[in-house]
Design a protein around this ligand. Structure first.
Ligand code: GDD
Ligand code: MG
Length: 536
């Protein structure tokens, strides 16, 4: 897990790069001669007055560069064709709730044409109609898109019947059911919809509907594709998480290009403390680099993307806890000292065939997390302090209530065998250690977990505010997130057929392979106009 930085938004048509020592020089580039420069040549470039520049030069040792990724060249241009190929297999889910349709349209305009647009709305009914009108107009030039409302009774019934009833609730005062409120819940609906209706989409991305700079959205989507292209461990599932260059705030009439959002500051810090505690508890030493580090910089990344297989395999949290919980869940399932516990739990069986007692997919395969710093400032709807507080409280709740097994008393553990790399799952260990060392290992780890939980409570107490009492959220413990089983648990065929035949709010635009029997479809013009079929 490293931080990669976008160097150029558009680096041309993908000039091939070749290694020159530790640097990379474009093949056939006119500056190719630079590869033969040595240090003395650089000396000639600066006069004595340029001391500051010299200092700068000597500070930039590539060895120190955090963005250098094992197995990935320090600087690389990704060919446009490769980006296009990935974008053509990507669905971009846009969760929305009450944004002005013009703002949403701006977001859609930034999503590259190859991507399937999926609008998942939780706006009030009349607003949804306006959103759909906007979408239909936006997609008039054969742009494929899906739209659905979170209150869709058919989607709720399909989740209820085909494997994910937890996602569904009764409508207050009514007889029918709907999908629960919340951003995380909307994202899960989007994942299920893409997997069921457009199964050839291999990547799924998430972009908020309230971003007011379409160019930023375009950069985000391309950064997702770049992250997938750069995965140094081909064949592993991938998650790409974005960190914005800045999240500007207007203060006293001036724009303050502050780097980190208010919630991210808190959540990143505590996720790093969690990682550090896990490193302390890890007898293999393979997490040592994470001790006291600031390695996690994308704890709250609303803009993120995953291979579809991973999106289907992860347990996901409700509302705004969804992003921080990704880390908690992945650390729990994949950290070396936990894999044995996870495998043991998997062997214990559970309510659903193929899932363990906690509803997880057993033996999750290694996951590569790519953190990318983008260039555009992130402008979006301004939110008040209480919203931000409840967001970071949800993040802390993910940690506090779901400590990974290695720090948790309730999980019986086996000290694992040393592992060469960080984060791949280890095979179940055959407990060759004595029971006394097992007990010592468990109780020390438990103490670390309890210390972390205690520190979180202290933090909450220190950040207590008058109005917390009335909300009852931050007073003693952070809120306990609702954790949903993986979407893979859903029978996608059953889900698809029920949504297809009974939908109330589903719109399928320009997807000739998927026809709805009733109104909401508009004629697929793609083939007719262009003589080609869009990707599913
Ligand atoms: N479908 C659906 N259902 N969408 C929702 C819901 C819901 O119940 N609630 C919120 N959304 C949509 C909003 O309309 C918006 O497009 C997006 O989710 C993010 O919601 P905001 O309310 O704008 O969140 P935020 O800006 O405070 O936080 C964002 O950034 C954080 C990182 O700073 C979110 O993306 C967070 O998840 C993220 O952690
Ligand atoms: Mg927002």
């Amino acid at each position: 897990m490293h931080l990669i930085e976008v160097l150029e938004l558009d680096a041309g048509s993908g000039i091939p790069l070749e290694t020159v020592g530790s640097a990379y020089t474009p093949q056939g580039s006119e500056q190719g001669d630079e590869s033969s420069l040595d240090d003395s040549d650089y000396d000639d470039l600066f006069s004595d007055e340029d001391e500051d520049m010299r200092d700068l030069e000597s500070d930039t040792d590539p060895e120190d560069d955090e963005s250098v990724l094992d197995g990935v060249p320090p600087e690389v241009t990704i060919p446009q064709a490769q980006l296009d190929s990935i974008l053509g297999q990507m669905a971009v889910i846009v969760p929305c709730k009450g944004e002005d349709p013009n703002t949403i349209e701006g977001v859609l305009s930034g999503i590259p044409r190859g991507c399937l647009i999926v609008l998942v709305s939780n706006s009030e009914g009349r607003a949804y109609r306006k959103e759909v009108m906007m979408l239909r107009k936006f997609c008039r030039h054969a742009r494929p898109a899906l739209a659905i409302h979170q209150s869709d009774a058919a989607a709720a019934a399909a989740f209820n019947m085909y494997g994910l009833p937890d996602l569904v609730t009764h409508v207050a005062g009514g007889s029918h059911k709907r999908i629960r409120n919340g951003k995380g819940e909307g994202m899960m609906l989007g994942i299920a919809l893409v997997a069921a209706l457009c199964p050839q989409r291999r990547y799924v991305a998430f972009v908020d509907a309230d971003i007011t700079v379409p160019g930023a959205v375009n950069e985000y989507c391309r950064a997702f594709a770049a992250g997938f292209a750069l995965n140094p461990n081909p064949g592993t599932e991938t998650m790409v998480r974005l960190r914005w260059a800045s999240k500007p705030k207007v203060r006293n009439g001036e724009i303050d290009y502050t780097c980190e959002g208010r919630s991210s500051q808190v959540v990143n810090r505590w996720l790093n403390k969690l990682l550090s505690a896990m490193a302390d508890a890890d007898p293999t030493g393979s997490l040592a680099a994470a001790r006291d580090s600031e390695i996690i910089v994308t704890g709250n990344a609303g803009e993120h993307a995953m291979t579809m297989d991973l999106a289907l395999s992860l347990r996901l949290a409700n509302g705004y806890a969804i992003e921080p919980f990704h880390f908690v869940e992945l650390l729990d399932q994949l950290a070396p000292q936990n894999a044995a516990g996870g495998a043991a739990a998997a062997a214990a069986g559970g309510a659903h065939a193929g899932y363990n007692a906690s509803g997880r997919v057993p033996n999750l395969q290694p996951v590569t997390i790519m953190q990318i710093r983008t260039r555009n400032p992130h402008f979006h709807r301004v939110t008040d302090d209480s919203h931000v507080r409840s967001m970071w409280a949800s993040g802390l709740g993910s940690i506090y209530h779901h400590l990974p097994a290695s720090l948790n008393s309730s999980t019986t553990q086996t000290p694992p065998q040393p592992q060469p790399q960080s984060l791949p799952p280890s095979p179940p260990s055959s407990s060759s250690s004595s029971s006394s060392s097992l007990t010592a290992f468990s109780s020390k780890s438990f103490a670390r977990g309890e210390k972390l939980r205690g520190d979180i409570l202290d933090f909450l107490a220190d950040n207590h505010e008058e109005n917390d009492n009335s909300k009852g959220e931050l007073v003693h413990e952070p809120p306990r997130p609702r954790i949903y089983p993986p979407v893979r648990q859903l029978d996608l065929d059953g889900f698809r057929e029920m949504v297809r035949s009974e939908h109330k709010t589903l719109y399928c635009l320009n997807l000739p392979h998927f026809k709805l029997p009733r109104p909401n479809t508009i004629a697929p013009v793609y083939h007719h106009q262009y003589g080609v079929t869009p990707p599913l």
